[in-house]
Design a protein around this ligand. Structure first.
Ligand code: SF4
Length: 445
């Protein structure tokens, strides 16, 4: 990639950023999950033997100070502390119920992930009480990694001390951009001054890993602004940086505005421009000694900085999900909780299940899920899939792989397949070709 970042003004229709999901975050697609398999999850949880896969815990906090215009999560910006207490009580009831089930009983989480929403929206006191109770239910004695997502404007030194104190190893700061105008026009609650203050506090507390998130292609972002944001991110010297390309799902404010104005194309950079911007960022980080370790991540010291959550999950670990709308995966069964906070809390308060849909995957779907997720790291180890699933990837996908090679997105090694940088930058568009036929089709991201 040349130094000069190109802004593609003559983009074709498929280059334009239109509304819809771009990222492939799981497989089979969510549209295939339903109520029929809820009983499978019940049977699994009540099976007499505990599971043997590594166990992870995802805890969802759906509160934010403000709704970003590109946000597609269900978030609540109007909850007071007693409503938050009610939510936490429901999640603890949920966790306690899981911990007593034979499939979970006696197992300890290897990784814990606090996602949202904005986990750092909770007060220091709420966080202390919450994590004390979580540890009492499922102790963290074997936990290798605790990740905590933060919105910089919600962090004080005292809150960060508490976050460090209860065991967070990776603090992830949702910076997204350093320009106050871009942050404002995209509906972000924080401004750059809060970023620098929060980052300094975090560094002074010596977290094992500080990650910063950036988004390429926010509303009104320009090439100069992007370069400036990359420069400032490098100056912070985080342990890792995660960079997303802006997508505009249907449930975003940006899409609602597009619909009202009768527009099909989102008012953000097109896909080739966003790819070029991420490529530029990766190249700049590489010049500063970082290594690109996935389609979205560059890491300062790959030998030291691990992503236990990602790597375990992408290799088929069990993940217990707690909280409204959260996604879990146990014993080959995908599941998702009720999507509205009231429904979710009422279900738990009435001692009912909070799970709304599930999918019992087949062996072949589990193989494809791992393959699809591991492509995002940029390399696929053929022997791993041969041994674990008895699958010869080069035989089964010969046509797809040859096509990727022709497009210069793929290189073949002795026992591995590697995506080139151009392949990696658009990996999410390439993954659908590995789906089973019944799961293919643009609407199933
Ligand atoms: S901070 Fe994150 S979860 Fe909250 S509104 Fe913004 S994008 Fe959504």
């Amino acid at each position: 990639m040349s130094e000069e970042v190109t802004n593609c003004s003559n983009s074709s229709d498929e280059d334009k950023t239109e509304a819809g999901n771009y990222f492939v975050s799981n497989y089979p697609p969510f549209a295939f999950w339903g109520e029929d398999d809820l009983t499978c999850l019940d049977s699994l949880l009540n099976s007499p033997q505990p599971g043997t896969a590594p166990l992870g815990l995802y805890y969802h906090i759906p509160f934010c100070r403000k709704r970003c215009h590109f946000c597609y999560f269900r978030v609540y910006t109007d909850k007071n502390s007693s409503q938050i207490r009610r939510y936490i009580a429901a999640t603890m009831k949920e966790l306690r119920r899981y911990a007593e089930k034979p499939y979970i009983k006696g197992r300890l989480p290897k990784f814990v992930y606090f996602g949202g929403g904005t986990p750092s929206y909770l007060s220091a006191k709420q966080l202390t009480e919450l994590t004390d109770e979580m540890k009492e239910i499922l102790p963290w004695d074997e936990t290798e990694e605790v990740t905590f997502e933060c919105e910089p404007g919600t962090l004080t030194e005292k809150k960060l001390e508490v976050i460090k104190g209860f065991g967070v190893t990776r603090l992830s700061l949702g910076i997204e951009n350093f320009d106050d105008h871009v942050l404002g026009i995209n509906g972000r609650a924080h401004r750059s001054e809060e970023v620098f203050r929060a980052y300094e506090f975090a560094r002074s507390l010596d977290f094992e890993q500080v990650n910063v998130d950036l988004i390429a292609g926010m509303l009104e972002e320009t090439e100069d602004n992007w370069k400036d944001s990359v420069r400032k991110a490098i100056e912070l010297a985080p342990d890792s940086v995660t960079i997303y390309q802006m997508e505009i799902p249907f449930n975003t404010t940006i899409y609602r505005n597009m619909r009202e104005e009768g527009k099909l194309t989102a008012p953000v950079a097109d896909w080739p421009t966003k790819r070029n911007w991420v490529d530029y960022a990766f190249s700049e980080f590489e010049k500063s000694g970082y290594s690109v370790t996935s389609a979205y991540t560059a890491v300062k010291n790959p030998a030291k900085t691990k992503f236990v959550y990602r790597d375990r999950l992408w290799a088929g670990a069990d993940m217990l999900a707690t909280g409204v709308a959260s996604f879990g995966h146990l014993g080959g069964i995908h599941y998702q909780n009720l999507p509205h906070i009231e429904q979710y809390q009422e279900a738990l308060e009435e001692d009912l299940s909070a799970v709304s849909r599930a999918l019992m995957t087949t062996e072949d779907e589990r193989f494809l899920r791992e393959l699809i997720l591991q492509w995002k790291i940029g390399q696929v180890n053929l022997n791993y899939f041969r041994e674990k699933f008895g699958q010869e990837i080069e035989t089964r996908f010969e046509g797809v792989l040859t096509n990727l090679e022709k497009r210069q997105f793929l290189e073949r090694g002795e026992d591995e397949l590697r995506l080139t940088r151009q392949g990696l930058l658009q990996v999410d568009t390439l993954l659908h070709d590995f789906f089973q036929e019944k799961h293919q089709g643009g609407k199933y991201a």
